[in-house]
Write a protein that binds this ligand. Structure first.
Ligand code: FBP
Length: 548
């Protein structure tokens, strides 16, 4: 047994706070029938049995809970790690045990693949207790197998029947919850009494909408990144000799970069969604950064910090068109993967349209290659592998050399590079994520108990004290629209990108010019688990601005 750190031991005793509605027996209140966010007719046709379900809200019941026969539940962790996954599982465990102490929980191992391959373990109280309030997904592991084929659903059904499982809870991001909806529809259409419930996970913060206020893990991961960005800023302001180019995880959306900017006030932060809206080229971005470097140098400040969202490249309009064509090309040519690097470059250049081939050829070879590497199982470019921070600093360096010749820049430019992503995905959950996740799991047990399927567990009102949080379920089809993926139109949960009209972005935009020129760094410090509420229980700045 691995030795536990002192913090781990103390943190195990933390009792996550639940919304008051979940403190005892609950009653489910049904809302109006719902509609998908887009392409209503197509989504309705694809999900005839689970489309249009009402939103559910749990309220305190006045009657004692009726006796319910014990049931079994299966749980799956899907996709990238996010702080708080273990608390969703412990909340689910406690939730079903509160309904009937003989309920049992099975964990499928290493992601959705565990359901298909029948790899599982029973999660007993001893195991659960070891993982309460800890980061990571190591209790059962995670994976990115895409659950989408009837053969997989049938294989899953074999083990579901063998273990007498009544419901599967899929803890995942937008793609995994899309699959949860597909699975729910499949079982419903076959009249198989297996419920499927999703839970909103991802550090990226892009699984949110009016009813899912945030995905879990975003709060903790951004706090970890902001701590280290703050430390770098302090180093930077002490040594006064480096420009730090910091790439931040987050896939397509720039929520993580924006949140970290609001927490740390760097000199520059690029927001991909703005780059796209303003139709900016790579050179435009480089020019704007070089101007800030030059303006600071004119004041004798040859140092600074730049935050870069990892998905930036996909939002530069010319690159977006290139990636879209590459996606279709790769989907249609599976033999591509077996070619050598040189042959792949040749293949791409000869198969792309003229404009996209030119854009591809203009990129440094390494970056171009990274764009044509394998997609993940959901068809996404693996943006975390693209070294945008190096690409940008190199181009800014060249631009500054040119400006020096023209006499518009006098200064020194030395760049350092960082990429923060994996460092934050398995941190021990902040109090916010510990409570939110435990609530999501506990609430999922209530959704199962009231017979729901095709729903996502939802806890809302998150900037209020946890007792006032609102618990319930949102039909997953309500969040869906049709998108072009892997060469085909598919029903998917609509990704939430940074809203340029939203309050978090506006707050950032109002302050960024001052941050660029002056040194206004803020140092959030490490996550605090014990201490005053205003230090330990703050939600993210993004949630704060969105709700205040
Ligand atoms: P999810 O969308 O599955 O939550 O994953 C988030 C993420 O951390 C992204 O920010 C990142 O681009 C990607 O996973 C990295 O993938 P991998 O873990 O496969 O390296």
């Amino acid at each position: 047994m691995a030795k536990k750190s002192v913090l781990q031991q103390k943190r195990a005793a933390y009792q996550p706070k639940l919304p008051a509605a979940l403190w005892g027996p609950v009653k489910a209140v049904k809302g109006e029938p719902t509609q998908s966010v887009g392409d209503q007719e197509e989504i309705k046709n694809l999900f005839p049995n689970t489309y249009g379900l009402p939103q559910l809200t749990f309220e305190k019941a006045t009657e004692p809970a009726p006796c319910v026969d014990a049931f079994n539940v299966g749980v799956i962790l899907s996709g990238g790690q996010a702080p708080g996954g273990h608390n969703v599982i412990s909340g689910l465990f406690d939730g079903i045990k509160a309904i009937n102490k003989d309920c049992r929980l099975y964990g499928f191992l290493m992601g959705p693949g565990g359901l298909v391959d029948h790899q599982y373990m029973e999660l007993t109280a001893d195991i659960i207790n070891d993982y309460r309030n800890t980061g990571g997904f190591d209790i059962i592991g995670s994976g990115r197998t895409k659950l989408e084929k009837p053969e997989q659903f049938e294989r899953g059904l074999e083990i579901i029947n063998k273990l007498n499982i009544r419901a599967i809870v899929i803890i995942g991001g937008d793609d995994s919850n899309t699959n949860a909806a597909v699975l729910a529809e499949y079982y419903k259409a076959k009249n198989v009494p297996v419920q499927v419930i999703g839970c909103p996970k991802t550090i990226d913060g892009d699984l949110k909408n009016g009813l899912i206020e945030t995905s879990f893990g975003f709060d903790t991961a951004t706090k970890v990144y902001s701590e280290v960005i703050g430390n770098i800023e302090r180093d930077c302001n002490s040594a006064k000799k480096y420009w730090h180019f910091i790439k931040l995880m987050g896939r397509s959306a720039s929520h993580i970069a924006l949140e970290c900017a609001l927490q740390t006030q760097p000199n520059c932060c690029i927001i991909s969604e703005e780059v796209e809206a303003k139709n900016m080229t790579l050179n435009d971005i480089v020019d704007s950064l070089a101007k800030v470097v030059a303006a600071r140098a004119a004041q004798g400040n040859n140092f600074g910090t730049v935050l870069i969202p990892e998905g930036l490249i996909e939002f530069i309009p010319a690159m977006k068109a290139l990636i879209a064509e590459l996606n279709d090309m790769l989907a249609a040519n599976p033999q591509f993967a077996s070619l050598s690097a040189a042959e792949q470059r040749e293949f791409v250049l000869s198969h792309l349209s003229a404009a996209n081939a030119e854009a591809y050829a203009s990129l440094p070879e390494g970056v171009a290659r990274q764009l044509s590497l394998d997609r993940d199982p959901h068809g996404n470019v693996q943006v975390s592998l693209i070294e945008t921070e190096k690409l940008l600093s190199e181009m800014v360096g060249k631009r500054l050399a040119q400006m020096k010749k023209e006499g518009t820049y006098v200064g020194k430019f030395a760049a350092l590079h960082h990429f923060f992503g994996y460092e934050g995905r398995c941190a021990d959950p902040s109090n916010f994520d510990a409570d939110y996740c435990y609530g999501l799991g506990y609430n999922a047990a209530q959704l199962i108990n009231c017979g729901a399927t095709g729903y996502m567990s939802s806890i809302r009102n998150l900037t209020k004290p946890s007792a006032q949080w609102v618990a319930g379920g949102i039909p997953i089809t309500m969040m869906m629209n049709m998108e072009h993926r892997n060469g085909k139109n598919k029903p998917v949960i609509k990704k939430a990108l940074v809203d340029l009209e939203g309050k978090p972005f506006k707050a950032f935009a109002a302050m960024r010019d001052e941050w660029a020129l002056n040194t206004c760094y803020t140092y959030p410090g490490p996550i605090q688990y014990f201490g005053p509420e205003e230090v330990c229980d703050q939600p993210s700045r993004t949630l704060y601005y969105e709700q205040n």
